[in-house]
Design a protein around this ligand. Structure first.
Ligand code: ZN
Length: 135
């Protein structure tokens, strides 16, 4: 895996959180995007080579709403950049890791993404992401 591409943070109120993180990082939000399939709104910030992704629920049955209800606001996942997501998924699944999907799916920020079960990473939800070329 190449680097930490971003850290995802679950927030209750995305607009308020964007203002907060713009001040905290001293950098503007450069992209807002909705992931309809997950019922999630996202907002991205650059911080050096890595990014921060804020995640807000679009609906009460969104995975983010469920996460906040159980655990409160805070760190939701760590995303690692990979060159070949299918190869990494195969490598990890053969090593006994449980993936939350069999095929990579389209995530925010022009990425193919796949998640590993937190039980396999000491309680941390791990996202693999590969940039989609040419977009
Ligand atoms: Zn992410």
């Amino acid at each position: 895996m190449n680097k930490i591409e971003h850290i995802g943070i679950a927030v209750k109120n995305l607009d308020e959180a964007i203002k907060n993180w713009e001040t905290l990082l001293g950098a503007p939000c450069y992209k807002k995007e909705s992931v309809a399939s997950e019922k999630v709104d996202t907002a991205f910030f650059r911080t050096g080579e890595s990014k921060i992704e804020l995640l807000g629920a679009r609906a009460p049955d969104s995975v983010i709403a469920g996460f906040i209800e159980k655990r409160g606001e805070g760190m939701h996942h760590v995303a690692f950049e990979v060159d070949d997501i299918r190869a990494e998924m195969k490598r990890l699944s053969e090593a006994g890791y449980r993936l939350l999907q069999e095929e990579p799916k389209r995530g925010a920020d022009n990425k193919l993404v796949a998640f590993l079960h937190p039980k396999n990473a000491n309680g941390v939800l791990v996202e693999l992401c590969q940039s989609i070329e040419g977009e």
